[in-house]
Design a protein around this ligand. Structure first.
Ligand code: FAD
Ligand code: UDP
Length: 365
C-alpha cells in the first residue's frame, strides 16, 4: 500500500513525488507515455539535447523555486532572444528598441513612444480581448506584422475571441533589451530536462506506459491517496462535455551543419507559413556535434486522445472546468494539479510553485 499514487510524471507530478518522499511518504508514480517528464522531456540525439515537445526555457524570479530546481540539476544560463520573420523581414522580439528601429528606423525611446502613441488604440475601459489588448499596447503595425498571423494560426481563432492576458505574456520595452522574459533567473538544465526529472524522481517507484484511467480501480486500491495531473474531462469520460485544448505537431530535420538558423528560436508571423516556430536545439545547450537538429512546431486541432498542449481558457471552457472540479472535489482522498488538471496556462516555475504550495497544504490538513 502506497501513501500516494501520482498520476503523471510531468514536472508537477515529479515535484510532488520528491517533496512527499522527502517528507517520509511512500510514493508511486504512473505515467502513460513511454517516458518520464511530460512535455518538458528532452532526449539526447547525436550529442544534441533535443526538446522533444518544443523549446523549454526555465525562468523565474522566486528564489525558493530557483534554489529548489537547482538541487536536482545544474542550470546553464540561457537568455531567450527569439526573432520573428514576417513579410520576408526579420524583427527582434519581444517588442523592444531593436524592433522599433527595424520597423521605423527610430533610435530613441521618445521617437518610438511617439509612433506607438499615435498608432495605439485608446480605450476608456480595459481591453476585452487579445486584439484590443495588442492594439492598445503596441498599435497596428506591430499587431499586423508580428501578432495577428501568429496568433490566428497558433489558436485557430480570431484574436478577438481570445483573452487579453495571452499577449501580456510578451514584454514591451523601450530599451535595447531583447530578453524574452523579465525574470531574475533564466536557464536550461545541463544535460536537459529529463535529467532534472530523473533527479526529482530518484529512488521513487515510477512506471511508464501505464495509463491510470484504464487500470483505475486496481491502481487506486493500492494507494491511500491519489494525485491526478491529467485532464479532468478525460477523467470523467467527457460526460459533461469536452474541454478545448490546442494540439501541436513537431517535425524534426537533420542537417550536416553546425548552424542552420543562427538562433535557438525563430517565430513566423505570417499566417501563410504553416508553422509558428522553428528551433535549433544545439543553440540551447553547447555541443560538439557535427550535425544540427531543427524542429518545426505546427499548431494542430486537438481531439480526445491527442496530447493536450494548451488549455483554451474561454469563459465556456472555464465554466465546464469548474463543473469537473466540483465533481472531483467529492472524491475522497483525490487531489488534482498541474497544467492539465488545473486547466491553466502555467509555465514551468508556476507548476513547481503550485506543487510546493500543494504539498505544504497537505501538512496542515
Ligand atoms: P504535463 O507535462 O502535461 O504532465 C502531465 C503528465 O501526466 C504527462 O506526462 C501525461 O502523459 C501524464 N498523464 C496524463 N493522463 C494520464 C493517465 N491517465 N495516466 C498516466 N499518466 C497520465 N514553460 C516554461 O516555463 N518555459 C518555456 O519555455 C515553456 N515552453 C513551452 C513550450 C511548449 C510548446 C509548451 C506546450 C509548453 C511550454 N511550457 C514552458 C510549459 C510547460 O511545458 C508546462 O508548464 C509543464 O510541462 C507542465 O507540467 P505538468 O506536469 O503540469 O503537465
Ligand atoms: N505571440 C505573437 N507573436 C509571437 C509570439 C507570441 O503574437 O511572435 C502571441 C501568441 O498569441 C502567443 C502568445 O503571444 O500565443 C504567447 O506567446 P508565448 O511565446 O508566451 O507562447 P508559448 O511559448 O507559451 O507558446
Amino acid at each position: 500500500m502506497h501513501d500516494y499514487l501520482i498520476v503523471g510524471s510531468g514536472l508537477y507530478g515529479a515535484v510532488c513525488a520528491r517533496l512527499l518522499t522527502d517528507a517520509g511518504h511512500l510514493v508511486r508514480v504512473v505515467e502513460r507515455r513511454s517516458h518520464i517528464g511530460g512535455n518538458v522531456y528532452t532526449e539526447e540525439q547525436e550529442g544534441i539535447v533535443v526538446h522533444s515537445y518544443g523549446a523549454h526555457i526555465f525562468h523565474c524570479s522566486n528564489q525558493e523555486i530557483w534554489d529548489f530546481v537547482n538541487r536536482f540539476a545544474s542550470f546553464r544560463p540561457f537568455v531567450n532572444r527569439p526573432v520573428s520573420i514576417s513579410g520576408g523581414k526579420l524583427y527582434s522580439l519581444p517588442f523592444n528598441m531593436f524592433t522599433f528601429n527595424q520597423l521605423w528606423g527610430v533610435t530613441s525611446p521618445d521617437e518610438a513612444r511617439a509612433i506607438i502613441e499615435k498608432e495605439r488604440l485608446v480605450l476608456d475601459r480595459e481591453p476585452g480581448n487579445l486584439e484590443e489588448q495588442a492594439l492598445s499596447m503596441v498599435g497596428k503595425t506591430i499587431y499586423d506584422l508580428l501578432i495577428r498571423g501568429y496568433t490566428k494560426k497558433q489558436w485557430q481563432k480570431d484574436p478577438k475571441e481570445l483573452p487579453p492576458w495571452i499577449i501580456r505574456r510578451l514584454p514591451l520595452r523601450f530599451t535595447y533589451d531583447n530578453n524574452y522574459f523579465n525574470d531574475t533567473y533564466q536557464g536550461i538544465p545541463d544535460g536537459g530536462y529529463t535529467k532534472l526529472i530523473r533527479g526529482l524522481l530518484d529512488g521513487i517507484q515510477v512506471e511508464t506506459s501505464v495509463d491510470f484511467l484504464t487500470n483505475r480501480s486496481e491502481l487506486q486500491a493500492k494507494a491511500r491517496r491519489v494525485i491526478y495531473t491529467g485532464a479532468l474531462d478525460e477523467f470523467f469520460g467527457y460526460d459533461l462535455g469536452v474541454l478545448e485544448y490546442r494540439g501541436l505537431r513537431f517535425e524534426h530535420d537533420w542537417f550536416q551543419s553546425e548552424n542552420v538558423l543562427g538562433n535557438a528560436v525563430i517565430n513566423y508571423g505570417d499566417e501563410e507559413v504553416p508553422y509558428t516556430r522553428r528551433i535549433e536545439h544545439r543553440h540551447f545547450s553547447p555541443t560538439q556535434s557535427p550535425v544540427s537538429i531543427v524542429s518545426r512546431e505546427y499548431p494542430a486541432n486537438w481531439r480526445p486522445g491527442d496530447i493536450p498542449f494548451y488549455p483554451v481558457n474561454s469563459p465556456e471552457n472555464e465554466g465546464l472546468h469548474r463543473k469537473y472540479c466540483e465533481r472531483i472535489a467529492e472524491y475522497e482522498n483525490y487531489y488534482i494539479g498541474g497544467r492539465l488538471a488545473d486547466y491553466r496556462y502555467y509555465d514551468m516555475h508556476q507548476v513547481v510553485g503550485a506543487a510546493m504550495k500543494f504539498v505544504r497544504s497537505l501538512a496542515v490538513r
